[in-house]
Design a protein around this ligand. Sequence first.
Ligand SMILES: *[C@@H]1O[C@H](CO)[C@@H](O)[C@H](O)[C@H]1NC(C)=O
Length: 427
Amino acid sequence: MSARHLAAFGILAFFFLYFFSSGFSFQLWLPSLLVNTARTPDFGRYTPPRVLSENQFPLNDQHRRVIILGDVHGMEKPFQALLGKLSYDPSSDVLVHAGDIIAKGPHEGSMAVLSYMTTHNITGVRGNHDQKVIEWRSWLEWMRALDGGKSWLREFHAKWEEAEAAGVDDPEKWAEKHMKKSKSKWWKKIPDGWKILSDHYRIAHAMSDTEYKYLLSLPLVLHVPSAHAFIAHAGVLPSDPRYKPYHPRQPLARVPTLPKGISHDKTHPEKTIPLLRRLQETAVLTDVPQNNDPWVTLNMRGVMGDNSVTRGKGGEPWSDIWNRDVSNCAGFDQQRHLTKHSKNSLPCYPATVVYGHAASRGLDVKRWSIGLDSGCVTEKRLSALVLDSESQKSPFGDEEIEIEARKKISVPFGEGTGRIISVSCSS
Ligand SMILES: *[C@@H]1O[C@H](CO)[C@@H](O)[C@H](O)[C@H]1NC(C)=O
């Protein structure tokens, strides 16, 4: 290879590397370069995991409670009834939702629940339905910014309002028919599989800017280091299913490295263990690749035989994998880890996942996971997990899980106990 070739190759390689490593700036100037291939922007607008402090998730304060809500889906009456039953007091209680606060239920209910959550800035995570509404709203903003997009949308809505006034009651079907009749180029701007005038679309269209900002502020996962807990709409995986749980690449299979300047005091391990646990829990979110995929934390139900994550009913429920892995946690002490427990034991401590999403399983209580979606939108129940300092002081014996969890009143949460309070959703 001549020096000239080498130089040319080097320059090319540099540009390729630059493009592939700087997706952000690439996207910014690409439209001006290729005028006719207007790329659609990223409508996802995800907010990464957020950490809650002990004050934001108070389990040791006898005057405060933490209340975690299952999927509300715009069921406003049961939602208010549950807050009433709990004598919810915003000045002392912390309310947290596990996602899917809107859609599927009545439209007006979704708007009312969204307004409540926004006004009170309720802590929570995004659900797959909240996500769909966010995507439609960011699509609407993009359309309105395009030349002619705003007026096309306005005309489309005027036509729909006319049809609605004339008694058409299925907006989605009407939109489909309307789309076939009019040959407008604008229809092509709707991403494949998206249904304009669906409930998600109508919520996205009707909500205020403040409500949109509230939804955008919802992270994919909440991490509470002080409670050793995660809250995610669909769930979190403890390990990458493509490798054995004790493979060194798994965060639960290695003691995290302490930051420079801090050393582990073997005679006083209690000094560094909280920090190590926090680092390890963070690593579960960052180093298990599936947990970095928003689709997984929003939709996952199980893991298939080929190790892929599924939203379908097949495969092994992810919560079984979670409970199996973390029940093998034997602490960071290697000696104990090697002698006391079976060969499967891992150098970690267990953490709890609270989630929603899986209505088909109903209330799903296991030792280290609590599924709170008890199917309110299908007229079953709306449930909340209530945690307070009293219940946190009483440990939940392993033998009790079967009996108590079946009654679904007292449930294990970390080293203590929580209670499930629910209301009926049938009208
Ligand atoms: C809502 O709460 C979040 C998280 O604490 C905070 O960052 C945000 O500023 C709050 N928003 C408003 C409008 O108060």
